[in-house]
Write a new protein. Structure first.
Length: 343
């Protein structure tokens, strides 16, 4: 889930990716009424789906293909790509956020063993791969936080992942989300002690979590998912990879924002920028600190379990997930031990 740029693409290759030959990729474009495709190239970006670029009649395209091997898919990742297309449409209709155009999607699994969609190929560069001045970096941070505030302006009536079924409150949804990851962990014959401890803290804070308002949450707003271009001296940002969106607690997105600061109190500049754009300013109290710490643990649990599905100990991704999940659990549980309400 967390994306860190590395130089060795082979060491990041995920077992979930469905590798296709270029002729099959061309066939999918043809079925989408995009003929005469050429310059087919495999894009190394992404650790879950397969991604290919192609040109046709003066336009540049990207096709994103979901995994085929369901044994390598976590519960919340089932039908995730179909949800991504839904959220592209929703965010495009409800905000001013710049998104890639979606030209075609097919989730019937008739033309291909898994679902796929075709979108425009962006001309910009991921913000983690572009040289920026200190002023430009500050501008990118501000614009990113403003995008998150716009996403949170989309309110929901229920909670959780659409693909797994929605719930009447955040406590029920989050309990289900964590339980699903625990079951996934057991499916790979691994223990889930950290997941069980996280579930304990969620149960301990049930009354608090039941009161959380539902809004759209991105929960994947890492630098590689933001493309940047410069137009007339102004930075323009385009957001991609909306597949991990869910309905729930807006505090969740502050885990990814200013990630190296793993305490909500260390993110005051980010919160100040958010509050200037948000329709509901965020005031940090112990309630917010508890909810934030729980979501640190939730990201840690995702990273702990997904390494069993995607990697082996010979992959960089395995050891990255080991290190980062341990850090997230330590920060999460230490904060929750101090803050959580008595059960």
């Amino acid at each position: 889930m967390m994306k860190i740029a590395v130089n060795t693409e082979e060491n990041m290759k995920s077992k979930s990716k469905y590798i296709m030959n270029f002729k099959s990729v061309i066939d999918l474009f043809t079925k989408a009424n995009i003929p005469n495709t050429y310059n087919i190239t495999s894009l190394g970006a992404g650790e879950f789906n397969s991604i290919y670029a192609a040109d046709s009649e003066g336009k540049a395209y990207v096709i994103k293909i979901a995994p085929v091997d369901i044994a390598r898919i976590l519960t919340y990742e089932n039908d995730m790509m179909q949800q991504e297309v839904y959220y592209y449409s929703l965010i495009n209709n409800r905000t001013a956020i710049q998104l890639p155009k979606i030209y075609y999607s097919d989730f019937s699994c008739i033309n291909n063993p898994s679902g796929y969609f075709i979108m425009e190929k962006l001309s910009g560069t991921e913000i983690n791969r572009i040289k920026l001045t200190s002023e430009e970096k500050a501008s990118v941070t501000k614009k990113t936080v403003e995008m998150v505030a716009q996403i949170h302006s989309i309110k929901g009536e229920r909670y959780g992942y659409r693909q797994n079924g929605l719930y009447d409150n955040w406590y029920l949804a989050l309990s289900s989300m964590v339980n699903n990851l625990i079951k996934d962990c057991h499916r790979f014959n691994r223990s889930a002690r950290n997941g069980e401890l996280l579930l304990h803290y969620i149960q301990q804070n049930q009354l608090l979590l039941e009161k959380v308002e539902s809004c759209l949450v991105n929960f994947d707003i890492w630098p590689p998912n933001i493309f940047c271009t410069k137009e007339n001296g102004e930075l323009k940002l385009t957001l991609i990879d909306l597949e991990r969106c869910f309905w729930g607690d807006r505090i969740s997105d502050f885990v990814c924002l200013d990630f190296m600061n793993l305490s909500l109190d260390q993110k005051q500049q980010t919160i100040d920028a958010y509050n200037k754009k948000s329709d509901s300013p965020l005031i940090v109290t112990d309630n917010e600190r508890i909810r934030f710490a729980i979501m640190l643990g939730y990201l840690g649990l995702i990273m702990e379990v997904e390494k069993y599905a995607r990697y082996t100990p010979f992959h960089f991704g395995w050891w990255r997930n080991v290190v980062v999940s341990k850090l997230l659990f330590r920060k999460s549980f230490s904060q929750l031990e101090k803050l959580s309400f008595p059960g």
